[in-house]
Ligand binder design. Structure first.
Ligand code: CA
Ligand code: CA
Length: 680
């Protein structure tokens, strides 16, 4: 069994996810971790007795091999790496809500300290996604997307069901990911290989070859203190260990300086364990005997269940042979007619006074059999991903309706298991099937009503047969069976089941398409969905979203105001700081001359000034937070304008919008968002 080759107990708590290992002198690997009170500690077991106490850094009073770095702000990100290859050693990068510090640990000095504006990015990784030998940037965001950037162009986007909290390259185009809802898994390019979901949170993921077979496993540190290593191909657990508290971070390095790289796991209460990969003799059996015994017990239980099932089948077929006619007793044993079928239908239910509008999944049997229970697994629709419907005995019937309200417009697979039998059955036949919920199932077909037609629209022309667009409509929306889509020109209108918003799609015989909706996200989703169905590589559009653009204009004015206030406050605070310096000198002069009356007066003034300064600082902070929020909205608007286009026009719009913002040319910005280019 694989056991740690070292264990350390550091007297400092470690903030979740804030662990980095670096060679800050170019030779000795040291752990750095964020701890309480806005500090980062650096554990250096290799250079004892070297005392530092200057600038930001000071020696820990508890541990001789720990130095503490003062950041004075909550740390939100920590990493280490070579910034300047000429220096030949790692520097430490510390991120807070507002700033980025690059720190030279070896020389105990700031390399730079910059103000930075945050966005909704939660995780980053570099990975050769398209196999061309150069790495692409993977970005995991709060809006549930994994985006792949090749230089500044987005080349792929994968939608997940929660915030992407971690990304880790494995090898080639394969990478691991973790979500805030306890999911971890592995992607290869845009295809998800496997995923598992736990009720615990994945705190840190890391790729490491723990069983020495030449392929990295996905190592996950969990909030309940568990660490597990899973096969990259199957997700099967090949090793696990437990800590007394939540895992804070998983890194790797040669911490013992003996030429072997260890997997290093740290818990929030400061426990650190290092593991060496399993030796050849272990043949990949990293878990102890008791785990193997558990596995054997589990397998023999499975065998028992299968034998029982087999015996039931044998009994049933014997009975069926004895009497050809169906009798009462058959129903009890779970024999259902061989031609029994399970049917599923999806439709839009507009709701009633007591029930909100929803998508209805109707499951029914094709004869007099009953559905005892239905189990549905679907990502992102149900709390805990599964849903069970289990009617009481008196309400049993051959038909079950399940209301669904997908929160986002993404296609979802519904994995359905239905238990079918008779009222008196003690055994049931299990039907298993998968049904796809169309991407825009939360929109009900409605009759065109020009009075409520949205003012916002996107217009474009495609060179495709109208029939193909109709196929896309049928695949993407839940259209009633009797809905007849004539040949062009025609229009279809929908009402959102979520907010009653209107959506109209008009198609002309020459391929001109107009999409009217006030929901710019929906317009973008529709264009992306249609373009991918019709395999359109590049698409330029004309768009106008008067209400949204008006809001954006207000946001931009606010950004300007916040910038001005920021500059003024910074200048004021600098003035006040100078004033404090001179007051302090005068107060001290008075003290030295024994003029206590004036000294007291000066210090009272100083106290008041200090209070003003603190207040100013508070205002400055609030101002900064507001500025950040508004900048986020601006960035979102640019992304949205991009989503209305496909391929090159999409990249061009995003780049041109950013240029317009940089040049503070608002009219240009709105022009680009509307027509897609800066030039007229
Ligand atoms: Ca590449
Ligand atoms: Ca391996």
């Amino acid at each position: 069994m694989l056991v740690p080759v070292f264990t350390l107990k550091l007297n400092h708590r470690i903030l979740p996810r804030m662990v980095a290992l670096g060679k800050y002198d170019g030779t000795h690997p040291c752990l750095a971790a964020a701890t309480q009170a806005g500090k980062v500690f650096i554990h250096n077991p290799h250079a004892r007795g070297q005392h530092v106490s200057a600038n930001r850094m000071m020696q820990s009073s508890q541990d001789s091999d720990i130095s503490l770095l003062n950041i004075n702000q909550g740390v939100s990100c920590l990493t280490a790496g070579v910034l300047n290859p000429q220096l030949g050693y790692d520097c430490l990068l510390v991120g807070t809500q507002t700033n980025l510090l690059a720190y030279d640990v070896y020389n105990n000095s700031d390399l730079f300290y910059r103000e930075v504006t945050g966005d909704n990015v939660r995780s980053l990784a570099l990975c050769d996604f398209d196999g061309d030998g150069k790495k692409e940037l993977l970005v995991g965001s709060e809006d549930f997307d994994i985006r792949v950037f090749k230089e500044d162009e987005i080349v792929a986007e994968m939608s997940e069901t929660e915030t992407i909290t971690a990304l880790s390259p494995m090898y080639g185009s394969r990478f691991g990911y973790a979500l805030s809802n306890g999911t971890v898994g592995v992607y290869d390019k845009t295809a998800r290989y496997w995923r598992i979901k736990s009720k615990n949170h994945a705190m840190s993921i890391h790729a490491f070859d723990l069983n020495s077979d030449g392929v990295c496993e996905l190592i996950t540190g969990w909030s309940n203190g568990k660490v597990d290593a899973r096969s990259d191909r199957t997700g099967e657990v090949i090793f696990k260990d437990n800590f007394a508290s939540s895992i804070a971070g998983v890194v790797e390095g040669d911490y013992r300086m003996d030429g072997n790289t260890q997997l290093i796991c740290c818990s929030v209460d400061g426990e650190v364990r290092g593991y060496l990969p399993g030796s050849q003799e272990m043949k990949g059996n990293l878990m102890d005997a008791s785990v193997e015994q558990d596995l054997i017990r589990e397998l023999s239980q499975k065998k028992q269940n299968l034998l029982l099932e087999l015996r039931n089948y044998e009994e049933n077929s014997k009975q069926a042979d004895l009497s050809a006619q169906v009798n009462e007793a058959d129903g009890q044993r779970g024999v259902i007619p061989a031609n029994t079928q399970l049917q599923t239908a999806l439709s839009v239910n507009l709701g009633s006074d007591s029930q909100a509008a929803h998508v209805e999944l109707c499951i029914s049997t094709s004869n007099d059999t009953m559905i005892r229970a239905v189990l549905i697994f679907a990502e992102g629709i149900f709390e805990g991903e599964s849903h069970v419907v289990h009617p009481s005995l008196q309400n049993l019937s051959g038909r079950i309706q399940v209301p669904l309200t997908p929160p986002k417009d993404v296609p979802v697979d519904l994995h359905i298991k239905a238990f079918v039998g008779y009222r008196s059955s003690t055994q049931f036949h299990v039907f298993e099937l998968t049904r796809q919920l169309p991407r825009f199932s939360m929109y009900a077909l409605s009759s065109p009503d020009s009075a409520t037609e949205p003012l916002s629209f996107v217009n474009f022309t495609i060179s495709e047969r109208v029939q193909r667009v109709v196929m896309w409509l049928n695949q993407s929306f839940l259209l009633p069976e009797d809905a007849e889509l004539q040949s062009a020109p025609f229009q279809v209108c929908f009402t959102s089941l979520r907010d009653a918003g209107q959506l109209c799609i008009k198609i002309k015989p020459n391929g001109e398409i107009s999409i009217s909706t006030d929901d710019i996200d929906l317009a973008g989703d529709i264009i992306q969905s249609m373009a991918s169905f019709l395999a359109i590589e590049d698409l330029q559009v004309e768009a106008d979203f008067p209400a949204y653009f008006e809001e954006l204009r207000k946001v931009l004015v606010k950004v300007d105001e916040f910038h001005t206030v920021h500059q003024k406050l910074t200048a004021d605070m600098a003035d006040h700081s100078n004033l404090i310096r001179s007051m302090l000198v005068r107060a001290e002069d008075s003290r030295l001359m024994g003029d206590m009356r004036n000294m007291k007066k000066r210090y009272v003034e100083l106290y008041d000034l200090n209070r003003d300064l603190l207040n100013e600082y508070k205002i400055c902070c609030t101002n900064h937070t507001e500025l950040l929020n508004n900048l986020k909205s601006v960035n979102q608007a640019i992304q949205r304008a991009g989503q209305l286009r496909v391929g090159k026009p999409k990249t061009q719009v995003i780049t041109a919008c950013r240029d317009a913002i940089r040049n503070n040319n608002l009219n240009m910005l709105f022009r680009i968002m509307r027509v897609g280019t800066a030039s007229s």
